[in-house]
Design a protein around this ligand. Structure first.
Ligand SMILES: Cc1ncc(COP(=O)(O)O)c(C=O)c1O
Length: 360
């Protein structure tokens, strides 16, 4: 079956069927096999990944009812983008960093790490096989979703020894609805963290996400685009900003410093976050990755914005506080400049001096 090309003018952030996805399986108990596991780059001695292949986009995945992922959420994912440039090239944005985070997430969840070069090969394979679904320049991007999960039957708690990597993609437009973007985002501040300290917040673990869906839905019913998690330190003290359901948060203080919460086991090390820190520092803005209290944002903040692969850079207009008050953030000044600079690099309109983009 041939998947239809979507309407480029009405993409949103929904899933569209494509022609092909990538599939590879690994076994931690096999001693022979793929040379890519000969150490280094996430390789594990005595384990092997079978050859990956592009398969038809409408082929279903088969899974044993007892597969570890179905009971124990032994799974991770990534999200990265490819984009068509105005001169017809296809550029991936920071795939090396996504490959590394995929490896780190796998290690945290005790999954077999997928070697770095295999990750790059997989995402390139998916973009090439679905080239007709990469939107024309300036009309959208092609979002890639690499997954890894434990597929061995496991009754007792464990990851098992067999793993599957799947990479699929979809053309996408903006993550947020136009109404949410028109006046900047309103975020509902929650008095608790997304993931428990000591948990898996530094990994893109599938189990980190479903617990927040009810909070996000309630926030949306109250006119907010998303939630903003805070951590109340166990020894007491003011609430510390963390992140939203799928993006990192920044505050540009009136002192001129651009601050974002330090990453740890409750805040994901976002790749857009890292890019924004580099760009701002390059422009001479003092940047800091440190604890940021909600009080500081309210009393000293000039501007707030969020960053993420799907979100790009988005201004926050208002914070709906837990006590019912609404804090209006300062007008967007820095965020639109950062967004424009980042988008110019991602789309190939500006020279990439950092080696962030990789041609497919
Ligand atoms: C919880 C969370 N925080 C932050 C981010 C932003 O990370 P990145 O910029 O790498 O997309 C994401 C998205 O991956 C996320 O899921």
């Amino acid at each position: 079956m041939t998947a239809p090309i979507p309407n480029w003018d009405n993409l949103g952030f929904g899933h569209h069927a494509t022609d092909a996805y990538y599939l590879a399986e690994g076994d931690a108990n096999l001693a022979q096999g793929d040379a890519c596991l000969a150490q280094g780059n996430g390789a594990v001695a005595g384990a092997t990944w079978g050859p990956g292949e592009a398969v038809a986009g409408d082929r279903p995945l088969s899974l044993a009812p007892a597969a570890a992922v179905l009971s124990y959420a032994c799974g991770i994912f990534e999200g990265l983008k490819a984009e068509r440039t105005s001169d017809g090239r296809l550029l991936l944005f920071r795939p090396h960093d996504h490959a590394e985070r995929f490896r780190r997430s796998a290690e945290r969840l005790q999954l077999l790490p997928f070697p770095h070069e295999r990750f790059l090969d997989a995402v390139r394979t998916v973009v090439r096989a679905n080239e007709r679904f990469v939107p024309p320049a300036g009309r959208g991007t092609f979002y890639l979703r690499p997954l890894e999960h434990g597929i061995a039957p496991m009754l007792g708690l464990g990851t098992g020894s067999r793993y599957r990597v799947v990479v699929y993609g979809s053309p996408v437009g903006d993550y947020h609805a136009p109404q949410a973007l028109e006046h900047g985002l309103r975020l509902k501040v929650l008095p608790f963290s997304r993931v428990a300290p000591g948990g898996t917040g530094a990994a893109k673990a599938m189990g980190n996400y479903p617990g927040g869906l009810v909070h996000k839905q309630q926030a949306q019913q109250q006119g907010c685009a998303d939630v903003l998690y805070t951590l109340v330190p166990s020894g007491g003290g003011p609430p510390l900003l963390q992140e939203t359901s799928g993006s990192n948060v920044f505050c540009w203080l009136r002192s001129g410093a651009l601050v974002t919460p330090a990453t740890d086991d409750t805040v994901l090390a976002g790749i857009t976050r890292a890019s924004v820190l580099t760009l701002a520092a390059e422009w001479g803005i003092p940047v800091a990755e440190q604890a940021l209290t909600l009080d500081e944002v309210i009393t000293e903040g000039a501007e707030c914005f969020c960053t993420g692969t799907a979100w790009t850079v988005r201004s926050v207009a208002e914070l709906a506080l837990a006590d019912g008050r609404v804090h209006r953030c300062g007008p967007p000044t820095l965020a639109p400049k950062l967004r424009a600079a980042l988008r110019a690099i991602q789309s190939g309109a500006e020279a990439d001096r950092w080696g962030w983009t990789l041609s497919v």
